[in-house]
Ligand binder design. Structure first.
Ligand code: ADP
Ligand code: ADP
Length: 238
């Protein structure tokens, strides 16, 4: 778990400024929720934290994002390494449908380290599924396809796949928007546990969820300031 320091972040799509002059610090072992109307720049901000904009045509990021003082945009820093340190979970659970549960957990790890030993892989599958509160539900069906799980289980499988890579930071872009209320609460409980090991940043449309899970909420504002993508912070604990 590492501290994130964002300095003078401006993000453009062509000439359009989607996130403007954001500087903020996100503490290790904390959950920060980003909230605000659709189109205000939440996802755009989140993607800057793991250099996802590099795969979006026309996107341009200015400023810096540091993890414990190391600039993720620094000269010579490999974006692949950044994405290993800063994992991402998406709105729609996206396990690889033709892969088994076990293969899904290992998918991200194998991208980085093809020569993982069988015993090591099995331990990692177990510890990651335990870490995602999914082990008890799937331990007898690890070779069955991930697509056979419920939506909430699939999302926890995606979280297991993300933490199997042993990141420092976990980003979640509306991780519960596609889930029913019970599955949502299960993922919220999981977030509270993951906070012990990771720095967590979530995007949510749900004010109650932000209040329930987060230590700090960042409101992206368009109208209030008359500017696009301005961040206003609110500390839940004060
Ligand atoms: P939010 O996540 O808050 O809904 P986004 O970060 O997705 O907002 O979008 C912020 C603004 O940037 C919106 O006006 C959106 O239309 C625009 N935008 C997002 N992605 C792109 C893109 N790939 N190309 C051009 N404009 C984009
Ligand atoms: P979200 O609110 O979750 O960001 P959107 O529906 O706004 O989702 O965007 C979905 C996808 O479309 C994103 O990958 C975003 O980058 C892209 N997108 C959004 N707005 C634009 C735009 N004006 N031009 C091109 N791509 C866009």
């Amino acid at each position: 778990s590492k501290q994130i320091d964002v300095k003078d972040l401006n993000i453009y799509y062509g000439d359009f400024l989607a996130v403007q002059d954001v500087s903020t610090t996100i503490a290790p072992r904390s959950i920060t929720a980003l909230i605000g109307p659709s189109g205000c720049g939440k996802s755009t901000f989140l993607r800057a934290l793991n250099r996802m904009h590099e795969v979006i045509p026309g996107a341009k990021v200015k400023g810096s994002v540091e993890l414990d003082g190391q600039d993720m945009y620094g000269r010579g820093v490999d974006p692949v390494l950044v994405r290993r340190k800063v994992g991402m979970v998406f709105q729609k659970p996206n396990p690889f449908p033709t892969m088994s549960i076990k293969e899904n957990v290992l998918a991200g790890v194998k991208l980085n380290n093809k020569r993982i030993k069988k015993s090591e892989a099995e331990e990692l599958v177990e510890s990651s599924l335990k870490g995602a509160n999914l082990w008890n539900e799937v331990k007898d069906r690890l070779d069955k396809p991930g697509s056979g799980l419920s939506g909430g289980q699939q999302q926890r499988l995606c979280i297991a796949r993300t933490i199997a890579v042993k990141p420092e930071v976990v980003l979640m872009d509306e991780p519960c928007s596609a889930l029913d209320p019970i599955s949502t609460l299960a993922v919220e409980d999981l977030m509270a546990e993951l906070k012990n090991d990771y720095t967590i940043v979530i995007v949510t449309h749900n004010m109650q969820q932000a209040a329930r899970v987060s230590d700090k909420t960042g409101f992206f504002n368009i109208e209030g300031t008359g500017k696009p993508g301005k961040l206003v912070e609110y500390d839940e604990t004060s």
